[in-house]
Design a protein around this ligand. Structure first.
Ligand SMILES: Cc1cc2nc3c(=O)[nH]c(=O)nc-3n(C[C@H](O)[C@H](O)[C@H](O)COP(=O)(O)OP(=O)(O)OC[C@H]3O[C@@H](n4cnc5c(N)ncnc54)[C@H](O)[C@@H]3O)c2cc1C
Length: 348
């Protein structure tokens, strides 16, 4: 999924400032700082911190957003509520229900974020790329990472599984409740749609043109078809045309299909992986049996760009015994053992 040309990043707002909202806020702010340290978006990282205009869906949705804005909790640079006249002026099309303006949001090319992060590791990191399906085997006090044909690639006491939708193909992670949710992004030639210098989104999003291409996405589909298909493209175009108040049009089939790795509660999994094969009563997360030395960074769903830096930092702190970058309640919400805990509590 990280092969997409562009991913957008922005915060999430909710009236009750629930756990998901707090986590997304932490991830968003952490990522912005991290990327700045790596050289910045638009410099070391391909993309632009051009702002995101997030339009309200309808009048009722706008009313809730207005109440959130009225709480006065958010600095303008983080989130600013725009009423219809201002939102309409920015969009250049009717925005009757208003919008959030996330000034620090924008888009980035995931591959360039990955490259910048890998480069930042310097000589501490040895990279071994392989296109083969890997598997894990427990050796004498360590994990053996093997290619499909059995060849040993590496042996280590600690392994972090960060394989997206492929994680459940590993025997040790097969029981995790992770779904693969298809998504198709449409690539349009610059000029196919009215151009905007920022990201706009509602039911769909559109990035500003970059190297002559505008990205519009992304569909949410239940099937496993990896090929581009006209129906998803038409859906993307119809949604963005509605947002920009232009007539739907036909465009050559171009884009990219990927699969989001999504947990039942849509939150990531960051931490030690549970071992469902070991029986026992579980009252708390710390009672849940875990594989020795096996960790996961998974389930980034639709926000991989901002989940990845924070989830990785959280896990690094857990492994090193450092203070966590999140309060305990939020860190526990990402514990990969939360699903097995619920199952065992229900069974008890
Ligand atoms: C259409 C679409 C649009 C999206 N838009 C956005 C967006 O706007 N903003 C945003 O933040 N996020 C977006 N996302 C989500 C984002 O792309 C993902 O959250 C992110 O890419 C997940 O990264 P990952 O490294 O966990 O997994 P992936 O990028 O899926 O990488 C997993 C890697 O593991 C490898 N692998 C798996 N199993 C094995 C195995 N057995 N052996 C060897 N290798 C293996 C795979 O080949 C792959 O390279 C979008 C996703 C899709 C599909």
């Amino acid at each position: 999924a990280s092969g997409n040309l562009a991913g957008i990043f922005m915060p999430l707002m909710s009236k009750d400032d629930n756990i998901a909202t707090r986590l997304v806020r932490a991830a968003y702010l952490y990522s912005l700082n991290r990327w700045k340290d790596l050289g910045g978006i638009g410099a070391a990282i391909e993309g632009a911190q051009c702002g995101v205009l997030h339009l309200a869906r309808d009048g009722a949705h706008a009313q809730v957003q207005r109440q959130i804005a009225a709480s006065g909790l958010y600095p303008r640079a983080f989130a600013r509520w725009l009423e219809a006249p201002e939102a309409t002026a920015m969009l250049g099309a009717p925005a009757p229900d208003g919008a959030w303006w996330f000034e620090q949001g924008g888009w980035a090319r995931p591959a360039s974020v990955c490259a910048a992060m890998l480069d930042a590791c310097g000589a501490l990191l040895t990279r071994r790329f392989s296109s083969s399906a890997l598997r894990l085997e427990r050796g004498d006090g360590e994990w053996l990472v093997r290619e499909a044909d059995g060849a040993l690639i590496a042996a280590a006491p600690t392994v972090i599984l960060a394989a997206g939708t492929g994680a459940v193909d590993f025997e040790q992670a097969a029981g995790l409740p992770l779904d693969a949710v298809r998504g198709q992004v449409t690539h349009l030639a610059e000029g196919s749609l009215p151009s905007l210098p920022f990201v706009v989104c509602r039911e769909a999003y559109m990035t500003p043109a970059h190297q002559g291409v505008v990205c519009v996405g992304a569909s949410y589909d239940a099937d496993a078809d990896a090929k581009l298909r006209p129906s998803s493209q038409e859906e993307n175009i119809a949604k963005i045309a509605d947002i920009l108040d232009v007539a739907p049009f036909e465009a050559p089939l171009a884009g990219r299909t990927g699969f989001r790795c999504m947990a039942a509660d849509r939150l990531p999994l960051a931490g030690a992986l549970p071992d469902p094969g070991t029986p026992g009563r579980c009252e708390r997360l710390r009672d849940v049996p875990r594989w020795p030395g096996l960790f996961g960074l998974l389930g980034y769903a639709s926000r991989g760009l901002i989940w990845a830096p924070l989830a990785a930092e959280l896990l690094a702190c857990q492994l090193e015994g450092e203070p966590l970058p999140l309060e305990r309640q939020l860190a526990e919400a990402l514990d990969p053992a939360r699903f097995l805990l619920r199952e065992r509590r229900r069974a008890a």
